[in-house]
Each structure stands twice: as structure tokens, then as C-alpha cells.
Design a protein around this ligand. Structure first.
Ligand SMILES: [Zn+2]
Ligand SMILES: [Zn+2]
Length: 254
């Protein structure tokens, strides 16, 4: 069984002591590709450096809502020219921690959406407790390729997002908050979702509480398989294909 972790942060300092071992083990345990997601200047840069060193690692670049006060457009544009940058993100709104003002979050979010459209790149969206504003802003510009990473809205919101042609992505939260996700997972069209760890965070059951690792997407896949009444291999195949298409990974490997 081969699968893709579409959203990890292996460049974070949680992995400073054993990053090489974590990457090697992930590939040994069935991971086909990993996309390391940037959240500001330094983490985007490091994601790109890791992608240069490893064939099946990819990167994104972008300024997370927590870090918008440090937004640097020149750097972003430089990062987006890099060969293995497959998306712009993670960008969006976070009203849970509100580490930056709502006004500035929205401004920098809109600016980055416009750049993503101009560069024809998929957008990786972070939306925490900000569903309506995130949706309204995206709808205003209507980028074509959008994924709501770590989808956390309710059933109705999932249908609204899918109706726009956008994707949703599931983390380990689906293994311990099954009730909230049951209907969403059951009804999400086969070609409109994929999986991610958000490592080092959101570790799935049975490793909850420990540091997350890319190969743990297997537990997310098992949970989805159970709800969709399919085999884990079918879910792995489908989510891999969806992610490869969405991020155009195969084109980057040619
Ligand atoms: Zn996020
Ligand atoms: Zn993340």
C-alpha cells in the first residue's frame, strides 16, 4: 500500500534531532511522497531545501495567518519560482488563536490568493473557526484549485466547499472525533479529497499524544475505509491519485 502525506511540517524544529531518520522511515513504511508546507519565510525556505535534497519530497510556500505580520511578498514570489514548489500555502484565517488581527489576516490572505491565481498554483487553505469569512473571500476570487486542509467545518459547510469544486483534506482528527466526520467522509465524492498528517501535530489514534509522522496517514486511511466500506488499499490508491492530480506531482518528477 502506497500513500501520500499531502501536508506535513518536517522542517519544523520538532525534527531537528532525527529528521533524516523520520524521512527514511516514512518512505520505508509505504509513503510515496510528502509535501512539506511552509508557514512563513524561514519554514517555506527550509521546505524547499528539503525538497531539493529528496526526490519524493515537495514543498509549498506561503504565510500562515499566525505569521502575516512578517509577510514578505518579494520572498514569496522568489519561492514560487522554485521547481518543487507545488502549491501556495498554507494561507487563510485563524480566529481561534487570533495571533494576528483579523483585518491583517484577511488582507494578506487576499493578496496571496491573487498571486496564486496569477501563478496558476493550487491553494492550501488553513481555516480555523473562520469558515464563513474564509469561504466568502475565496468565493470572491474563485481560484480553481483549492483544498481546505484539516477540514473542520460541519456537514453543510463541507457540501458548500465541494459545490465550488474545491477539495477537502482529512487529518488524524478523524480517528478520534469520529462522530463529527462520519457523514462528511461517507458522502465526500471519491475524487474530491485526500489525506494528510499535519505532522508534528494532530497525531492519529493509536499514537495520539506523541509526535506525528508521515506514515501514520495509514490510520487515517483505515478510518476512511471503514466509513466508506471500502478496503484501505482502495482508499490509498484513490487518495494518492487525487493528490497527484491536484498538486501535479508526476509532472514535477519527470
Ligand atoms: Zn493549518
Ligand atoms: Zn499545517
Amino acid at each position: 500500500m502506497k500513500f501520500i502525506d499531502t501536508h506535513a511540517h518536517l522542517q519544523f524544529d520538532f525534527y531537528d534531532k532525527d529528521r533524516d531518520e523520520v524521512i527514511r522511515t516514512a518512505f520505508e513504511k509505504g509513503i510515496k511522497s510528502i509535501i512539506n508546507i511552509g508557514t512563513d519565510g524561514p519554514t517555506s525556505k527550509m521546505a524547499i531545501e528539503l525538497a531539493r535534497d529528496h526526490k519524493n519530497l515537495f514543498a509549498t510556500a506561503g504565510w500562515h495567518p499566525h505569521d502575516v505580520t512578517k509577510y514578505d511578498e518579494k520572498k514569496l514570489l522568489d519561492f514560487l519560482e522554485e521547481d518543487k514548489v507545488v502549491a501556495l500555502g498554507e494561507i487563510g484565517l485563524d480566529y481561534y488563536r487570533n495571533l494576528s488581527s483579523k483585518k491583517l489576516q484577511k488582507e494578506v490572505f487576499e493578496t496571496q490568493i491573487k498571486i496564486g491565481i496569477e501563478k496558476n498554483l493550487p491553494l492550501v487553505i488553513h481555516d480555523r473557526n473562520a469558515h464563513q469569512d474564509t469561504f466568502d473571500i475565496l468565493k470572491k476570487y474563485h481560484p480553481e484549485k483549492v483544498v481546505f486542509h484539516c477540514f473542520s467545518g460541519d456537514y453543510t459547510f463541507a457540501q458548500d466547499v465541494l459545490e465550488q469544486g474545491w477539495f477537502i483534506s482529512f487529518t488524524g482528527v478523524v480517528t478520534f472525533d469520529k462522530g463529527s466526520y462520519y457523514g462528511i467522509i461517507r458522502d465526500v465524492p471519491d475524487d474530491k479529497y485526500f489525506v494528510e498528517t499535519d505532522a508534528p501535530f494532530l497525531t492519529p489514534y493509536p499514537y495520539r499524544g506523541k509526535r506525528n509522522r508521515p506514515e501514520y496517514v495509514e490510520y487515517i486511511i483505515q478510518q476512511i475505509a471503514e466509513i466508506k466500506q471500502k478496503t484501505p488499499i482502495e482508499i490509498a490508491r484513490q487518495t494518492t491519485e487525487n493528490a497527484e492530480n491536484f498538486f501535479c506531482l508526476n509532472k514535477k518528477l519527470d
